[in-house]
Design a protein around this ligand. Structure first.
Ligand code: NDP
Length: 477
């Protein structure tokens, strides 16, 4: 017998992905650098389906039916290159290497190019949803050559998460690094979503005066509306959890320093390279770094803040409704920014990416799964060349309805000294985009003054320079 798919790299992700394939009826060849993991998998889970345990790379490749489909699930970076170098010489034209790790999309582009010369199809595949997703159905974002999807796609559709309407949460995202790029932006958006939820929580606590258990109830209510999402749901769970050792709310005994694995940071770094303003995602990444600066925070605790004025019970309830509006409006903005980044990459790398399809495959199996994503899909379905999500009539109307509350929430936060970088950055982005005139005109004037960088005029074509050091007459540049 031969295997329809092989998985090498059997830590939590690879093991669960291999089990997922096997549970769906595929024969799976399994391999790991340290073969103890391979045997442990077959021993523990062999009854779940058909596995072929391979000790060596050669045995592993020999176990695969042609064209071979070989999934790599190892540590991203150099280990992935090492594994590719080990297997590529054993493969033949038409075979497929599928990298399911969290690769940087630029590495995926390089690997795809190198392997293409050898006739090997390299598929950089974003896999979301952590180990639970890998086992029960992740959201899958494969890139690479389109023809690879013909044979790989049906298998991925089988093992992927399914959205509420039954659609598999996988699609061929685009060529070479497009899949890993979209996975990266997904993580950036996840950072932003979590930051916005965090700000909502702190406002409800410090401005409205609610306790964590009460805030959990508020989130539960929100979760029945337009904010219905996995992250809101687990937020309520975390907030209602009580620490067994102390009897205090769990959230009060956890050290308030957030960690990160790096994909959010990549999203911002690459956005800077592409010139795309992803301020909401950037603020989320910065908020995590700020939280980790323990010494700096200690040194700053004595700095002056405003005098707090607590809200009455009725005011607090009204305020909570406003926070829901602010959260929703800010969420629209952060998704707008994330999709702008994907759109910019599409232009930069000549990728054919269907933005509506991307939002559709995030509806299940991943951390940002939410009812909201159906709305984004509808927006792009209605108009594929939508310049921005904010140009969609429904979203524009929702923000129009939310904006007074959104502004009030940020005013209240500012007055009470509660930091809301996510809400505020989102609003600033919104106001900047809709502004008739921006102070960028003044920036251009300053640049021309100190560096003769020239400027364009609103009334005539061409580039101009004012003789600032002379008679201040204008010359064509
Ligand atoms: P790890 O990232 O911890 O990687 C461990 C695996 O990599 C082991 O199988 C290990 O083999 C193998 N490995 C490391 N270095 C080498 C090398 N030089 N040559 C051969 N094999 C090597 O495992 P995870 O399961 O957590 O993640 C796998 C991939 O999936 C990573 O790229 C990760 O970023 C990505 N991912 C992880 C998610 C998660 O929630 N954990 C979610 C989505 C993606 P050995 O047993 O011999 O040490």
């Amino acid at each position: 017998t031969s295997a329809q798919i092989g998985v090498t790299g059997l830590a939590v992700m690879g093991r669960n992905l291999a089990r997922n394939f096997a549970r769906n009826g595929y024969t799976v060849a399994v391999h790991n650098r340290t073969s103890a993991r391979t045997h442990a998998l077959v021993e523990e889970f062999g009854s779940e389906g058909e596995f072929i345990a391979a000790e060596t790379a050669k045995d592993f490749v020999a176990a695969l039916e042609r064209p071979r489909r070989l999934v790599i699930m190892v540590k991203a970076g150099e280990p992935t290159d090492a594994v590719i170098q080990e297997f590529a010489p054993l493969l033949e034209p038409g075979d497929m290497i599928i990298d399911g790790g969290n690769a940087h999309f630029a590495d995926t582009r390089r690997r795809e190019r190198d392997l293409r010369e050898q006739g090997i199809h390299f598929v950089g595949m974003g896999v979301s949803g952590g180990e639970e997703g890998a086992l029960h159905g992740p959201s899958i974002m494969p890139g690479g050559p389109k023809e690879s999807y013909d044979s790989l796609g049906p298998m991925l559709e089988k093992i992927s998460a399914k959205a509420a309407d039954g659609a598999p949460c996988v699609t061929h995202v685009g060529p070479d690094g497009a899949g890993h790029f979209v996975k990266m932006v997904h993580n950036g958006i996840e950072y932003a979503d979590m930051q916005l939820i965090g700000e909502a929580y702190q406002l409800l606590r410090d401005v409205a005066g609610y306790e964590p258990a009460q805030i959990a109830e508020i989130f539960r209510t929100w979760n029945t509306g337009r904010l219905d999402s996995y992250l809101i749901e687990i937020t309520a769970e975390v907030l209602s959890h009580v620490d067994a050792a102390t009897g205090k709310p769990f959230v009060d005994v956890v050290v308030d320093q957030a960690e990160q694995k790096g994909t959010g940071r990549w999203t911002v770094q690459i956005a800077l390279d592409l010139g795309v303003p992803v301020s909401g995602i950037a603020e989320a990444v910065f908020a995590r770094s700020l939280s980790g600066h323990a010494a700096l925070r200690d040194a700053s605790r004595g700095l002056a803040g405003p005098k707090a004025s607590p809200l009455s019970e009725a005011e607090a309830a009204a305020f909570a409704d406003r926070v829901e509006q602010a959260l929703y409006a800010s969420k629209i903005v952060s998704y707008t920014q994330g999709f702008h980044e994907i759109d910019a990459a599409r232009a930069e790398y000549d990728w054919d990416i269907d933005l509506g399809a991307v939002s559709a495959i995030w509806r299940g199996g991943c951390i940002i799964r939410a009812a909201f994503l159906d709305r984004i899909r509808a927006a792009y379905d209605a108009r594929a060349d939508l310049p921005s999500l904010l140009s969609d009539e429904t979203f524009a109307q929702e923000i129009a309805d939310a904006q007074d509350d959104w502004r009030e929430v940020i005013i209240a936060a500012t007055r009470q000294g509660v930091p809301t970088p996510g809400f505020a950055a989102a609003l600033a982005y919104y106001d900047a985009l809709r502004a008739e005139r921006l102070p960028a005109a003044l920036t251009q004037g300053q640049r021309d003054f100190f560096g003769a960088h020239t400027y364009r005029r609103t009334d005539r074509d061409g580039a101009f320079h004012t003789l600032w050091g002379g008679d201040r007459s204008e010359v064509s540049a």
